[in-house]
Design a protein around this ligand. Structure first.
Ligand code: FPP
Length: 265
């Protein structure tokens, strides 16, 4: 069966969408947005020009994701390591860019029914950035479409450490005997509000997870594109979904599991 084309897609997006199988849509896509610096360097521009252009790619990708009815999109914006390994001037620029982005984008979030969330140790960020993030969460809390989650000051290993700490603390406070199993860790990860991760996309050709969604990516399909992040778009997102639909998902077994039966939530 062919999908009916959602309103608002561009010509090329609509063409790609029309070739997709609606029964095999991913429910949760995450993206490692990489290559802003290289994009700028190729143009003899400062690195921050790459980040600024990266915002246009975020906008275009989010718009397409919400129009095609994707339930969840998670974007890796800043890792824990980004803080330590980049010049202070660049991290400050990125913080300012995030604040401006959230403000400017609010009307599009409302128009497209997008709910904004954040994962990571973002409570360690400067207060004015946290305030804007709290504001974006509150303003979009009633929206029921795409859950757009930004990973900010995020690390996959620290997420697992935080989940285990949360389990231990909760158990201590109610004095109960406790066991740690996969389900309990799942429930205490930052991503407990999201469907299983189906597809992990990385731009700029690197074959690494870079400490992103380590637990959640256990059975995800991975798609690496040579495109640098500022060149990514809704069209490229749909190309990645088309590739996802060609893959056979086995979840450790020997038989292919139909895409539509893999989720319990
Ligand atoms: C990786 O490129 C990108 C980042 C560390 C920052 C991500 C930021 C954006 C996509 C733009 C702003 C986003 C929001 C949500 C406001 P890199 O600098 O590591 O590139 P390189 O590997 O080529 O040096």
């Amino acid at each position: 069966m062919r999908a009916s084309i959602p309103a608002g897609l561009g010509h090329k997006e609509a063409e790609l969408y029309s070739r997709l199988d609606p029964a095999r849509f991913p429910r949760h896509i995450a993206i490692i947005m990489d290559g802003n610096g290289r994009w700028a360097k190729r143009r003899h521009l400062p690195r921050i020009a790459g980040h600024r252009s990266g915002v246009f790619a975020v906008r275009n990708t989010v718009q397409c994701a919400s129009r095609i009815g994707l339930p969840a999109l998670t974007l890796y914006a800043f890792s824990v390591e980004n803080w330590l390994r980049r010049p202070k001037s660049e991290t400050s620029f990125l913080m300012g860019l995030l604040r401006r982005y959230l403000k400017i984008e609010m009307s599009a979030f409302q128009e497209n029914n997008v709910r904004v969330q954040f994962i990571g140790r973002w409570r360690e960020l400067p207060q004015e950035v946290q305030d804007r993030m709290d504001w974006a969460i509150a303003e979009t809390a009633h929206n029921t479409g795409l859950i757009l989650t930004f990973a900010i000051n995020y690390g996959g290993r620290s997420e697992i450490v935080d989940a285990v700490k949360a389990i231990v603390n909760k158990s201590r406070s109610n004095g109960a005997h406790f066991e740690i199993d996969e389900e309990k860790i799942d429930q205490n990860l930052y991503t407990s509000h999201l469907p299983e991760l189906d597809l992990l996309i990385r731009t700029s050709g690197e074959m690494r997870l870079s400490n992103f969604l380590l637990w959640q990516a256990a059975y995800s399909e991975i798609y690496v594109t040579e495109s640098l992040w500022p060149d990514f778009s809704g069209v490229k997102l749909l190309e990645a979904i088309a590739e996802f639909q060609k893959r056979e998902r086995r979840f450790g077994g020997i038989e292919t599991v139909p895409h539509s039966t893999v989720h319990t939530a």
